[in-house]
Design a binder for this molecule. Sequence first.
Ligand code: GLU
Length: 306
Amino acid sequence: MTSPIPCGRFAPSPTGLLHPGSLLAAFGSWLLARHAGGLWRLRIEDVDPPRTVPGAAQAQLRTLADFGLAHDGPVLWQSERNAVYQAALDGLLASDLAFVCHCSRSDLAASGGIHHRCVARSPRPDPAVRFRVLPGSMVRFVDGLRGPQQQDVHAEVGDFVLRRADGCWAYQLAVVVDDAAQGVTEVVRGADLLDSTARQILLQQALGLAVPRYWHLPLLLDAPGHKLSKSLAALPVDSARPLPVLRQLWALLGQPPAALDDCEDLPALLQAARHAFDPARLPRQDILLADGALSAPMLQNPLSPT
Ligand code: GLU
């Protein structure tokens, strides 16, 4: 059997503009796929209307284009895929791998929010649907960067939600259905999603889908060790000057800065990066940024005078 052509992807949720951490994941994923001569897909994970910011998806697509990170095939919009997720859910319900659940958050408070059996005190008009996680559901996988991983999904997570009580599709279901639909073989993303991976593998197995390889990139932490969020480094990246930004991201990805020294324009830089990229140099631990490490040219400072 021939192995499929490598295929990576970037799958932002349209909850805001791309910041350095999200662009680091996009560039890392693009590099891994393109270096291997593979495909790179794009997907907008807009299944959570309450968190969707109007115009954010279009702005994210523009930013990726400004940085020259071209994708293959059409952009996949999760908001257009209800029927596909419903079919996957129906299959799981029919085989009793999923069940309708009336438990509320307060019903589950006594078990620390973990669902092992239904304890609802009263039926709800809007029940959720959960995936049934049997005792002993130990998932093991080898992360391309973080090495061997294991999670006892029953003990640590319990029965997890596939369709929420508000009718929205849960990220876990949509992501596995779409990674398979887009032929993704390499999932490169931030380490904040490492903990979701075992759930996704259980779902892939239940749905008869191939399990991709996973690579969890380091998170960018601001000086006190917090994930970027309310700090300067969570400001949007500056699309007007892609070269210096990509050079900074390249260095953060552990790659030798000199490899990009002679590149004068964006196509030349991306071409050189794609050739010089070495996955073995990718950092394996989160990156603690010194104060001011992500200054101009990386950031678009909305406070700066124009
Ligand atoms: N949509 C998720 C996010 O923006 C990423 C999902 C993934 O890469 O699996 O955080």
